[in-house]
Design a protein around this ligand. Structure first.
Ligand SMILES: C[S@@+](CC[C@H](N)C(=O)[O-])C[C@H]1O[C@@H](n2cnc3c(N)ncnc32)[C@H](O)[C@@H]1O
Ligand code: SF4
Length: 465
């Protein structure tokens, strides 16, 4: 890590609003010109393109209570009948999708996300899974993953999920400190988390992930060090340590958080540095910007071979390019178009009941978007870019195509190169270790849309640190 003065200078220059690049173009660019008809057309194109296995995402948005830091698309309700109705609609949507694809289309990756999928009973989850299996087949090495909230997940849930073939588990922890937990409205004991994780391990889940967040109210280096030590005792296969995205203009409930208790950017960087030290020191490998994996985990191996990939579900070793998505707010990516379902339950129910995809908006990528998407994904995943490979793949001369971007990156002063974040060579771009914390800023240089989205009166993105 740089000394305190240079870290301060870097923060002053680079801590600014910016996308997290779970997609490029980012969801802000999605528009309502993307409709049911366009999606049907792309699905037909997908069928003509062959039978490459697909990724599938299913969104189960319900949670019993709201964590005050949460930026996910959730529906908070203790009323189980509301959630039961949702499953009926989801089954209709599964049937609708299947009607546009050949029977038993192969799936290489299925992810149940939320919200909290284990808000549902094991029987309900089994029911929706059976509907999916009726139409789709899994590749022999398929990744079947599910997000669970340990506070509402039982051993019976885990037994059922494992028996269905789920082999990846991701559990939310965030922080074990009581004061932090109280501030974020999420009381979750270490013991509860440990017992569930141990049970999952005994069932043979191949990879177990724990989510942490740094930058939450009342977190200090001391309190977070304790959380990190507790997580290290659990030794999950993977850890996602997210920077808290504080976006009260988008998620109004975040206004309840005590702003004065939020660690400033400099402390956030210290928390991140402590996180990196703790996991690297314990033998984990750094994956992309904010993930860690044990060397035995396939994500760690993908780093060595430069084959790490990223989609809406996170980092992955799968190279599938097409992803179908089911459920409210879910985002798919089929044949060069992002399609996002409506976030509103009544609209969702009405659309699927009439046999229409419940699409609200999306984005069809052009060639320039595809090139920039590739550049940004490579930098986010592998911290380097093989310039010659980009030239071959897209038939461009990199130095000409990205003339302005390269000039910005390599300006003699106050640029990412001058600040030691990145090296720009004719055949490769390489992010230096200190630049990894600012990789979003480096990607922002290649983002064509950013200039007109920032600097306006209303904030759009969370801060990069
Ligand atoms: C759908 S939740 C995980 C499953 C389950 N609902 C739970 O909370 O245990 C997805 C993860 O996103 C992360 N997350 C949610 N809101 C966030 C925010 N505002 N900033 C950073 N990470 C956030 C949390 O780490 C959370 O575990
Ligand atoms: S963090 Fe998880 S449990 Fe909490 S509100 Fe968000 S989705 Fe629900």
């Amino acid at each position: 890590m740089h000394d305190v003065t240079s870290t301060r200078e870097l923060l002053a220059r680079y801590d600014r609003p910016g996308p997290r690049y779970t997609s490029y173009p980012t969801a802000i660019e999605f528009h309502d010109g993307i409709t049911h008809d366009l999606y049907v057309d792309r699905l037909a194109r997908l069928n003509r393109a062959g039978d490459q296995p697909l990724s599938a995402y299913m969104h189960l948005p319900f949670c019993e209570q709201r964590c005050s830091f949460c930026g996910c698309n959730v529906v908070i309700t203790p009323h189980r009948e509301v959630a039961s109705r949702y499953l009926d609609a989801l089954e209709q949507e599964i049937d609708l999708l299947a009607a546009h694809l050949p029977e038993s289309r192969m799936i290489a990756q299925l992810h149940l996300g939320g919200g909290t999928p284990t808000y549902y009973t094991p029987e309900q989850l089994g029911r929706v899974f059976a509907r999916f299996r009726r139409h789709f087949a899994f590749t022999p090495d398929a990744e079947l993953g599910v997000e669970i909230d340990p506070r509402v997940t039982t051993f019976a849930h885990l037994d059922l999920l494992r028996s269905l073939g789920f082999n990846r588990l991701s559990m939310g922890v965030q922080d074990f400190d009581p004061k932090v937990q109280e501030a974020i409205n999420r009381i979750q004991s270490y013991e509860l988390t440990r017992d569930l994780l141990e049970h999952a391990r005994s069932l043979g889940f191949g990879s177990i992930n724990v989510d942490l967040i740094y930058g939450l109210p009342h977190q200090t280096e001391e309190t977070f060090a304790k959380t990190l030590a507790q997580v290290l005792v659990l030794r999950p296969d993977r850890v996602a340590a997210y920077s808290f995205a504080f976006v009260p203009w988008m998620s109004a409930h975040m206004k309840e958080l005590d702003r004065a208790a939020l660690p400033p950017a400099e402390s956030k960087l210290t928390l991140l540095a402590a996180t990196v030290d703790a996991f690297i020191g314990a033998g984990y490998r750094a994956i992309g910007m904010d993930h860690f994996a044990l060397p035995s985990d396939e994500l760690a191996r993908a780093v060595d071979t430069g084959t790490l990939n990223r989609n809406f579900m996170g980092y992955t070793v799968k190279t599938t390019t097409d992803m179908v998505a089911l459920g409210v707010s879910a985002i798919g990516n089929v044949q060069g178009a992002f399609v996002q379902n409506t976030k509103k339950l009544p609209e969702y129910y009405a659309a699927v009941a009439t046999g229409r995809f419940p699409i609200d908006r999306g984005y069809a990528l052009d060639e320039d978007d595809e090139i920039r998407k590739h550049v940004i994904t490579e930098l986010m995943c592998n911290f380097r870019l093989d310039v010659l490979a980009v030239e071959r793949r897209f038939g461009i001369t990199f130095a000409e195509y990205f003339h302005d971007e390269l000039a910005t990156l390599s300006a003699p002063a106050e640029s990412a190169v001058a600040d030691g974040l990145v090296a720009v060579n004719p055949d490769r771009i390489e992010v230096h270790p200190v630049g990894r914390m600012f990789v979003r800023n480096i990607c922002m240089v290649f983002d064509k849309y950013l200039a007109r989205r920032t600097g306006g009166p209303k904030p759009v993105f969370s801060r990069t640190v």
